[in-house]
Design a protein around this ligand. Sequence first.
Ligand SMILES: Nc1ncnc2c1ncn2[C@@H]1O[C@H](COP(=O)(O)OP(=O)(O)O)[C@@H](O)[C@H]1O
Ligand SMILES: [Mg+2]
Length: 266
Amino acid sequence: MSPAASTAAGPSGAAARAAAGTEGSVADHAVDHEPVLEAHGVTLDFGPTPALRGADLAVERGEMLAVMGPSGSGKSTLLHCLAGILVPASGEIRLDGTRVDTLPEAARSALRRDRFGFVFQLGQLVPELTAEENVALPLLLRGTRRSPALATAREWFERLDLPGLQGRRSGELSGGQAQRVAIARAMVTAPDVLFADEPTGALDSLTGERVMDLLAGVAHDHGTTVVLVTHEARVAAYADRMVLVRDGRVTSPGEPAAPATARAAG
Ligand SMILES: Nc1ncnc2c1ncn2[C@@H]1O[C@H](COP(=O)(O)OP(=O)(O)O)[C@@H](O)[C@H]1O
Ligand SMILES: [Mg+2]
């Protein structure tokens, strides 16, 4: 479970291409063109508010997919459905072709623990724990003993250029440092899919770019599939592909907002 020793922090892959101003291309990137995660006709309401109205999406293995769209369009709700946090009212979520939205909560919880990593806007580190305990936490929750879990966490501090910060609590970290710790925590279990919801939303643009360089670099090095929700074009530029969410439905750039079945052939 410990991350590959060859991993190096810093610009690479899509990030380097974005930095160089070249188009991100899937051709030189370990993308399978085989969906790892799919949403089919997903609907979900919050009381009287329809958040998703027939969302279709296929995330290919190894790609970084940017999900863009205006505030309130349903991006976070779609991410939460894909990640098994929310259960759609109708439609399907499939992981490796198998339905997961119908699983009981305990099984979805195990899926989140064992297959997924999460980075949110504000890091959401556990304030009572040190930075390295935060990074070790997903391993501890899986039953790894404390000492090897902390040893693996410490490797990530070197890798993500966070030396000397292991003992700090979240209140003693800058926003950028907290997000780097959050990336380490999300990657420490070598997840199949990393979900990032506005990971740079609370950062200034330079810090945001550094965080994205890091996120894109480690995901690329590990072949991790990334679902990146953002409303910032410069953040979406790190992705291999982009889709738009509007009024609870998914379209590709240039496509009109479409009914539930329109993307199925794409
Ligand atoms: N927990 C919630 N309770 C009530 N309404 C919600 C909740 N979460 C989201 N919504 C509503 O669902 C819609 C989609 O929200 P969301 O998925 O958060 O959009 P986005 O991430 O694109 O900004 C919005 O109208 C929002 O107000
Ligand atoms: Mg959101």
